[in-house]
Design a protein around this ligand. Sequence first.
Ligand SMILES: O=C(O)CCC(=O)C(=O)O
Ligand SMILES: [Fe+2]
Length: 262
Amino acid sequence: MPSNQKLLTVENLDERVLRDLFDLKYVAVRVPEFYDATYSKSLADLLYQEIDDSAGSGIYESNIDSFWNVTKNAERQERYFNSTLPLQHRLRRLSAPHPSPIDLLRVTLDENWPGGSTFMSMTSRKMPFGITRLWRTGSEGLPHQDVLHREFDDPMTNAIVGQLGVNIYLDTAEEGGELETWDHVISDEEYSGISGQYPGSYGYPRDMLPDNSVLISPQPGDLVLVNTACVHAIRTITAGRRITLSGFVGNLGPDLPLRCWS
Ligand SMILES: O=C(O)CCC(=O)C(=O)O
Ligand SMILES: [Fe+2]
């Protein structure tokens, strides 16, 4: 049953909105047409072209592994860290003469958080931010959480007091593909008892979750931020495909920069 009380729609992000989302006054914040819808569509077409020209499969297809995928493989980890700046350059090149949506997002976060915003880094290396995720007809994302310190235990990840998923929707499905999120946190304590069943905090059964959920059908150009401590899912795409620029934002406290990665 959809219930959208804890979804906030705003024209612009500001510090209050970011704080309220970290504090779970809202579970999701939507910024309609954060990036111009027409520019979004053109950028999506270029990205589709690149993806269609190369092979791949999975629950989604992504130009770069997410950090979650590289934690146990040294070679993939190396490729991951080497792709940070090339990714930014490529997005700038494909977006020109308009700004890269990810540059726009990074500046917006920087301007609106007391401590500013920067790339997440680990072992003195910046992490990629704004990977391209393509979701084809028939694909879905099962209910999950994204909590970095569960996957990677170090002083930096353990200092994160809140994590957001940030997605810019360049193109959206004709049918399905909604982002669904529940006002429901599975705590680290609860998760430690069930982690074997749900590796990566992924694949929670819907009967574990409240009946009410927040359902978001993003439009091209929309930015949606979710607090990823809350369980969320991507509903099955029943027609068309969707493509996003996707990342995470970690909160280390108001006076420190937000940290961005994918
Ligand atoms: O693509 C989406 O709508 C959401 C992706 C997601 O699970 C996340 O941003 O954490
Ligand atoms: Fe997620």
